[in-house]
Write a protein that binds this ligand. Structure first.
Ligand code: ZN
Length: 368
Protein backbone atom coordinates (compact mmCIF):
# COMPACT_ATOMS: atom_id res chain seq x y z
CA UNK A 1 0.00 0.00 0.00
CA UNK A 2 1.60 3.19 -1.09
CA UNK A 3 1.12 6.25 1.00
CA UNK A 4 1.57 9.83 0.06
CA UNK A 5 3.68 11.99 2.32
CA UNK A 6 1.80 13.67 5.11
CA UNK A 7 0.45 16.93 3.90
CA UNK A 8 0.35 15.85 0.33
CA UNK A 9 -2.44 14.40 -1.67
CA UNK A 10 -1.30 11.16 -3.12
CA UNK A 11 -2.23 10.63 -6.68
CA UNK A 12 -1.71 6.90 -6.40
CA UNK A 13 -4.42 4.36 -6.46
CA UNK A 14 -3.39 1.67 -4.03
CA UNK A 15 -5.68 -0.18 -1.68
CA UNK A 16 -8.69 1.38 -3.25
CA UNK A 17 -10.34 -0.43 -6.05
CA UNK A 18 -12.60 1.17 -8.54
CA UNK A 19 -15.63 -0.52 -9.86
CA UNK A 20 -18.41 0.37 -12.10
CA UNK A 21 -21.31 1.90 -10.33
CA UNK A 22 -23.77 -0.76 -9.31
CA UNK A 23 -26.13 0.41 -6.57
CA UNK A 24 -26.59 3.18 -4.07
CA UNK A 25 -25.41 2.88 -0.53
CA UNK A 26 -27.15 4.60 2.34
CA UNK A 27 -24.01 5.68 4.03
CA UNK A 28 -22.93 9.03 5.31
CA UNK A 29 -19.26 9.69 5.75
CA UNK A 30 -17.15 12.43 7.21
CA UNK A 31 -16.32 15.45 5.17
CA UNK A 32 -14.15 18.49 5.22
CA UNK A 33 -14.83 22.08 4.43
CA UNK A 34 -12.87 24.41 2.27
CA UNK A 35 -13.42 28.13 1.86
CA UNK A 36 -15.50 28.35 -1.20
CA UNK A 37 -14.43 31.38 -3.19
CA UNK A 38 -15.80 31.87 -6.60
CA UNK A 39 -13.24 31.09 -9.22
CA UNK A 40 -12.75 29.81 -12.70
CA UNK A 41 -15.18 27.05 -13.45
CA UNK A 42 -13.56 23.67 -13.27
CA UNK A 43 -13.97 21.13 -15.94
CA UNK A 44 -16.26 18.31 -15.07
CA UNK A 45 -13.33 15.94 -15.16
CA UNK A 46 -11.41 18.01 -12.63
CA UNK A 47 -14.40 18.21 -10.35
CA UNK A 48 -14.96 14.50 -10.53
CA UNK A 49 -11.32 13.79 -9.89
CA UNK A 50 -11.28 16.15 -6.92
CA UNK A 51 -14.43 14.68 -5.50
CA UNK A 52 -13.16 11.20 -6.04
CA UNK A 53 -9.96 11.86 -4.16
CA UNK A 54 -11.77 13.49 -1.29
CA UNK A 55 -14.35 10.78 -1.06
CA UNK A 56 -11.80 8.03 -1.23
CA UNK A 57 -9.73 9.64 1.49
CA UNK A 58 -12.67 10.27 3.74
CA UNK A 59 -14.10 6.83 3.18
CA UNK A 60 -10.91 5.11 4.12
CA UNK A 61 -10.36 7.31 7.08
CA UNK A 62 -13.70 6.51 8.63
CA UNK A 63 -13.18 2.85 7.94
CA UNK A 64 -15.90 2.34 5.40
CA UNK A 65 -15.81 -1.01 3.68
CA UNK A 66 -17.61 -1.67 0.50
CA UNK A 67 -18.86 0.56 -2.19
CA UNK A 68 -19.64 4.20 -2.08
CA UNK A 69 -21.57 6.43 -4.32
CA UNK A 70 -19.01 9.20 -4.28
CA UNK A 71 -21.00 12.28 -4.95
CA UNK A 72 -23.86 14.08 -6.52
CA UNK A 73 -21.60 16.79 -7.68
CA UNK A 74 -23.48 18.39 -10.49
CA UNK A 75 -26.56 19.70 -8.77
CA UNK A 76 -24.80 20.68 -5.60
CA UNK A 77 -21.97 22.43 -7.35
CA UNK A 78 -24.30 24.64 -9.28
CA UNK A 79 -26.04 25.78 -6.13
CA UNK A 80 -23.35 26.10 -3.52
CA UNK A 81 -20.05 25.50 -5.27
CA UNK A 82 -19.57 22.48 -3.15
CA UNK A 83 -19.34 18.78 -3.66
CA UNK A 84 -21.64 16.54 -1.78
CA UNK A 85 -22.30 12.91 -1.43
CA UNK A 86 -25.09 11.17 0.36
CA UNK A 87 -26.06 14.17 2.39
CA UNK A 88 -22.60 15.05 3.57
CA UNK A 89 -20.97 18.08 2.09
CA UNK A 90 -17.45 18.44 0.94
CA UNK A 91 -16.77 21.97 -0.05
CA UNK A 92 -14.35 22.47 -2.83
CA UNK A 93 -12.93 25.12 -5.06
CA UNK A 94 -11.30 24.91 -8.44
CA UNK A 95 -8.04 24.03 -6.75
CA UNK A 96 -9.52 21.54 -4.34
CA UNK A 97 -6.48 19.35 -4.05
CA UNK A 98 -4.17 22.21 -3.13
CA UNK A 99 -6.63 23.55 -0.61
CA UNK A 100 -7.02 20.22 1.05
CA UNK A 101 -3.27 20.03 1.37
CA UNK A 102 -3.12 23.50 2.82
CA UNK A 103 -6.02 23.03 5.20
CA UNK A 104 -6.17 19.34 5.83
CA UNK A 105 -5.84 19.57 9.58
CA UNK A 106 -8.58 22.09 10.10
CA UNK A 107 -10.59 20.28 7.47
CA UNK A 108 -10.38 17.11 9.42
CA UNK A 109 -9.13 15.22 6.43
CA UNK A 110 -6.16 12.97 6.16
CA UNK A 111 -4.61 13.62 2.80
CA UNK A 112 -1.74 11.25 3.49
CA UNK A 113 -3.85 8.16 3.11
CA UNK A 114 -3.91 6.34 -0.20
CA UNK A 115 -6.21 7.93 -2.65
CA UNK A 116 -7.94 6.52 -5.61
CA UNK A 117 -6.73 7.67 -8.96
CA UNK A 118 -8.10 6.07 -12.04
CA UNK A 119 -8.88 7.31 -15.53
CA UNK A 120 -12.47 6.36 -14.94
CA UNK A 121 -12.68 8.99 -12.25
CA UNK A 122 -11.91 11.70 -14.68
CA UNK A 123 -14.30 10.44 -17.27
CA UNK A 124 -18.04 10.48 -17.42
CA UNK A 125 -20.14 8.49 -15.04
CA UNK A 126 -19.95 7.97 -11.33
CA UNK A 127 -17.72 5.13 -10.23
CA UNK A 128 -17.80 3.54 -6.84
CA UNK A 129 -14.81 2.84 -4.71
CA UNK A 130 -13.94 -0.15 -2.68
CA UNK A 131 -11.69 0.81 0.17
CA UNK A 132 -10.04 -1.28 2.84
CA UNK A 133 -11.05 -0.71 6.41
CA UNK A 134 -8.72 1.68 8.16
CA UNK A 135 -9.04 3.61 11.33
CA UNK A 136 -11.11 3.26 14.43
CA UNK A 137 -13.60 6.00 13.82
CA UNK A 138 -16.99 4.64 14.83
CA UNK A 139 -19.55 4.43 12.09
CA UNK A 140 -22.35 5.08 14.54
CA UNK A 141 -21.45 8.74 14.41
CA UNK A 142 -22.72 8.86 10.88
CA UNK A 143 -25.74 6.65 11.22
CA UNK A 144 -28.90 7.73 9.52
CA UNK A 145 -29.15 10.86 7.48
CA UNK A 146 -27.65 13.43 9.81
CA UNK A 147 -26.26 16.38 7.89
CA UNK A 148 -23.20 18.27 9.01
CA UNK A 149 -24.04 21.51 7.24
CA UNK A 150 -27.11 23.71 7.61
CA UNK A 151 -28.62 23.67 4.12
CA UNK A 152 -28.69 27.43 3.58
CA UNK A 153 -25.48 28.25 5.44
CA UNK A 154 -22.76 30.45 4.01
CA UNK A 155 -19.65 28.24 4.06
CA UNK A 156 -16.97 30.64 2.86
CA UNK A 157 -15.09 30.69 6.14
CA UNK A 158 -13.36 28.10 8.23
CA UNK A 159 -12.97 28.29 12.01
CA UNK A 160 -10.73 26.21 14.22
CA UNK A 161 -12.20 23.07 15.73
CA UNK A 162 -10.69 21.21 18.65
CA UNK A 163 -12.26 17.78 18.50
CA UNK A 164 -15.32 15.71 17.76
CA UNK A 165 -18.43 15.59 19.89
CA UNK A 166 -18.85 12.34 21.79
CA UNK A 167 -21.93 11.48 19.75
CA UNK A 168 -20.74 13.16 16.59
CA UNK A 169 -23.18 16.02 17.16
CA UNK A 170 -23.87 18.71 19.78
CA UNK A 171 -26.38 17.85 22.50
CA UNK A 172 -27.63 21.42 22.55
CA UNK A 173 -26.71 25.01 21.75
CA UNK A 174 -25.63 28.28 23.31
CA UNK A 175 -27.15 31.55 22.13
CA UNK A 176 -24.70 34.45 22.11
CA UNK A 177 -24.59 37.98 20.88
CA UNK A 178 -21.38 39.18 19.25
CA UNK A 179 -21.51 42.38 21.31
CA UNK A 180 -20.14 44.04 18.23
CA UNK A 181 -21.04 45.80 15.03
CA UNK A 182 -24.15 44.87 13.08
CA UNK A 183 -25.45 47.91 11.21
CA UNK A 184 -23.76 47.09 7.90
CA UNK A 185 -25.42 43.71 7.53
CA UNK A 186 -23.56 40.66 6.28
CA UNK A 187 -20.22 42.43 6.10
CA UNK A 188 -20.28 42.96 9.86
CA UNK A 189 -20.84 39.25 10.42
CA UNK A 190 -18.00 38.42 8.05
CA UNK A 191 -15.70 40.94 9.73
CA UNK A 192 -16.55 39.40 13.10
CA UNK A 193 -15.72 35.92 11.85
CA UNK A 194 -12.46 36.93 10.17
CA UNK A 195 -11.48 39.79 12.48
CA UNK A 196 -11.96 38.28 15.93
CA UNK A 197 -13.43 34.79 15.66
CA UNK A 198 -10.76 33.11 13.57
CA UNK A 199 -7.76 34.97 15.09
CA UNK A 200 -8.96 34.06 18.59
CA UNK A 201 -9.54 30.43 17.67
CA UNK A 202 -13.28 30.60 18.18
CA UNK A 203 -15.87 28.43 16.48
CA UNK A 204 -19.57 29.24 16.07
CA UNK A 205 -22.52 29.76 13.80
CA UNK A 206 -22.97 33.45 13.07
CA UNK A 207 -26.25 35.17 12.18
CA UNK A 208 -25.89 38.52 10.45
CA UNK A 209 -28.33 41.40 10.84
CA UNK A 210 -29.97 40.30 7.57
CA UNK A 211 -30.65 36.88 9.06
CA UNK A 212 -27.96 35.13 7.01
CA UNK A 213 -26.44 32.09 8.73
CA UNK A 214 -22.71 31.41 8.50
CA UNK A 215 -21.34 27.99 9.41
CA UNK A 216 -17.54 27.98 9.39
CA UNK A 217 -17.15 24.40 10.73
CA UNK A 218 -18.86 21.02 10.50
CA UNK A 219 -21.45 19.92 13.00
CA UNK A 220 -19.59 16.85 14.22
CA UNK A 221 -16.71 19.03 15.41
CA UNK A 222 -16.57 21.34 18.41
CA UNK A 223 -14.57 24.48 19.06
CA UNK A 224 -14.30 27.29 21.57
CA UNK A 225 -17.24 29.66 22.06
CA UNK A 226 -18.46 29.63 25.65
CA UNK A 227 -15.41 29.03 27.87
CA UNK A 228 -15.84 28.63 31.62
CA UNK A 229 -19.32 27.20 31.94
CA UNK A 230 -21.46 24.97 34.11
CA UNK A 231 -24.90 23.46 33.95
CA UNK A 232 -26.33 20.99 36.48
CA UNK A 233 -27.36 18.52 33.76
CA UNK A 234 -24.22 18.70 31.64
CA UNK A 235 -21.34 19.58 33.97
CA UNK A 236 -18.47 21.96 33.36
CA UNK A 237 -16.68 23.32 30.28
CA UNK A 238 -19.49 22.90 27.78
CA UNK A 239 -17.69 23.87 24.56
CA UNK A 240 -17.41 20.19 23.67
CA UNK A 241 -21.09 19.50 24.20
CA UNK A 242 -22.96 22.58 22.92
CA UNK A 243 -22.67 24.38 19.61
CA UNK A 244 -22.38 28.17 19.68
CA UNK A 245 -24.67 30.52 17.78
CA UNK A 246 -23.51 34.13 17.67
CA UNK A 247 -26.06 36.76 16.66
CA UNK A 248 -24.60 40.05 15.39
CA UNK A 249 -25.76 42.60 17.91
CA UNK A 250 -24.27 45.31 20.10
CA UNK A 251 -25.46 43.83 23.38
CA UNK A 252 -25.64 46.26 26.28
CA UNK A 253 -25.81 49.94 25.23
CA UNK A 254 -25.80 53.20 27.16
CA UNK A 255 -28.43 55.88 26.93
CA UNK A 256 -26.68 59.10 25.93
CA UNK A 257 -29.71 61.20 24.98
CA UNK A 258 -33.38 60.84 24.28
CA UNK A 259 -33.82 58.21 21.60
CA UNK A 260 -30.06 57.75 21.42
CA UNK A 261 -28.09 54.79 22.70
CA UNK A 262 -24.43 53.95 22.25
CA UNK A 263 -22.36 50.83 22.52
CA UNK A 264 -18.64 51.41 23.01
CA UNK A 265 -18.06 52.33 19.38
CA UNK A 266 -19.42 54.54 16.61
CA UNK A 267 -22.86 53.03 16.16
CA UNK A 268 -26.03 54.66 17.43
CA UNK A 269 -29.34 53.06 18.25
CA UNK A 270 -32.80 54.49 18.68
CA UNK A 271 -35.34 53.70 21.37
CA UNK A 272 -37.04 51.29 18.96
CA UNK A 273 -33.85 49.28 18.58
CA UNK A 274 -33.19 48.71 22.27
CA UNK A 275 -34.96 46.94 25.12
CA UNK A 276 -34.65 47.54 28.86
CA UNK A 277 -34.46 44.49 31.10
CA UNK A 278 -34.23 44.15 34.85
CA UNK A 279 -31.96 41.54 36.37
CA UNK A 280 -34.30 38.57 36.38
CA UNK A 281 -34.47 35.07 34.87
CA UNK A 282 -31.41 34.68 32.62
CA UNK A 283 -30.67 38.42 32.59
CA UNK A 284 -27.43 38.90 34.53
CA UNK A 285 -27.28 42.66 34.27
CA UNK A 286 -30.07 45.22 34.22
CA UNK A 287 -29.86 47.71 31.41
CA UNK A 288 -30.64 48.59 27.82
CA UNK A 289 -29.85 45.90 25.30
CA UNK A 290 -29.64 46.32 21.54
CA UNK A 291 -32.34 44.00 20.21
CA UNK A 292 -31.93 41.08 17.86
CA UNK A 293 -34.08 42.08 14.89
CA UNK A 294 -36.98 40.01 13.53
CA UNK A 295 -34.89 38.44 10.74
CA UNK A 296 -32.28 37.34 13.28
CA UNK A 297 -34.80 35.87 15.68
CA UNK A 298 -36.43 33.94 12.86
CA UNK A 299 -33.06 32.70 11.62
CA UNK A 300 -32.11 31.66 15.15
CA UNK A 301 -35.38 29.84 15.71
CA UNK A 302 -35.25 28.07 12.34
CA UNK A 303 -31.63 27.01 12.90
CA UNK A 304 -32.41 25.58 16.35
CA UNK A 305 -35.40 23.64 15.02
CA UNK A 306 -33.25 22.29 12.20
CA UNK A 307 -30.49 21.29 14.63
CA UNK A 308 -33.10 19.28 16.52
CA UNK A 309 -34.88 17.68 13.57
CA UNK A 310 -31.57 16.88 11.86
CA UNK A 311 -30.52 14.68 14.78
CA UNK A 312 -33.44 14.32 17.21
CA UNK A 313 -31.87 11.56 19.28
CA UNK A 314 -28.82 13.62 20.23
CA UNK A 315 -29.83 17.28 20.17
CA UNK A 316 -32.13 18.43 23.00
CA UNK A 317 -34.07 21.67 22.84
CA UNK A 318 -34.03 21.59 26.64
CA UNK A 319 -30.29 22.13 26.26
CA UNK A 320 -30.55 25.41 24.37
CA UNK A 321 -29.05 27.94 26.75
CA UNK A 322 -28.11 31.58 26.81
CA UNK A 323 -24.43 32.21 27.39
CA UNK A 324 -25.58 34.20 30.41
CA UNK A 325 -27.21 31.07 31.85
CA UNK A 326 -24.07 28.96 31.91
CA UNK A 327 -21.00 31.27 31.91
CA UNK A 328 -19.27 31.01 35.28
CA UNK A 329 -16.74 33.21 37.00
CA UNK A 330 -14.18 30.46 37.44
CA UNK A 331 -13.22 27.13 35.92
CA UNK A 332 -14.09 23.80 37.51
CA UNK A 333 -12.52 23.26 40.90
CA UNK A 334 -12.04 26.91 41.77
CA UNK A 335 -14.23 29.15 43.94
CA UNK A 336 -17.00 30.54 41.75
CA UNK A 337 -17.01 27.60 39.35
CA UNK A 338 -20.81 27.51 39.49
CA UNK A 339 -21.38 31.24 39.92
CA UNK A 340 -22.97 32.97 36.95
CA UNK A 341 -22.44 36.57 35.92
CA UNK A 342 -19.36 36.44 33.71
CA UNK A 343 -21.43 36.96 30.55
CA UNK A 344 -24.52 39.03 29.78
CA UNK A 345 -25.38 37.68 26.33
CA UNK A 346 -27.93 37.29 24.91
CA UNK A 347 -29.63 38.95 27.90
CA UNK A 348 -32.26 41.44 26.84
CA UNK A 349 -31.17 41.32 23.20
CA UNK A 350 -33.46 38.33 22.74
CA UNK A 351 -37.14 39.24 22.80
CA UNK A 352 -37.92 36.60 25.42
CA UNK A 353 -36.27 34.91 28.36
CA UNK A 354 -34.32 31.78 27.50
CA UNK A 355 -36.82 29.56 29.31
CA UNK A 356 -39.53 30.97 27.06
CA UNK A 357 -37.44 30.37 23.96
CA UNK A 358 -37.05 26.73 25.01
CA UNK A 359 -40.80 26.44 25.56
CA UNK A 360 -41.50 27.99 22.18
CA UNK A 361 -39.05 25.64 20.46
CA UNK A 362 -40.54 22.60 22.16
CA UNK A 363 -44.05 23.74 21.26
CA UNK A 364 -43.03 24.00 17.61
CA UNK A 365 -42.03 20.35 17.42
CA UNK A 366 -44.56 17.81 16.25
CA UNK A 367 -45.88 15.90 19.24
CA UNK A 368 -44.84 12.31 19.76
ZN1 ZN B 1 -21.33 34.75 24.43
Amino acid sequence: MERGRRGRLSGRHSGARLRDFSHRQTLVAAAGSIPCDAGPVETRATRHASAGRLVAGVAQRVGIRGQLLPFRAEAILSQHSCISFLGTFIMTTPSAAEEVIAHHEELDLYPEIPLADDPRFTAKGIPTIEVPSAGPRPMARYAGSVQLVYPTADRRFSMRVKGHYANGYPVGAVVHSTEGRSKKGDIDAENTITGTGIPNGHCYFCISSTGKVYQPFLLDSWGIHCGKTYHPDLGFALDNKLVGIEVCCAGIVKKVADDRYHPGWSETFTEAEVRYRDKTENIQKAGHYHQFNAAQEKALFDLLIWLKTNNPLVFKLEHVFGHDEIATNAPQGQPGDKTLGRKQDPGGSLSMFMKDLRAKLLAAMPSG
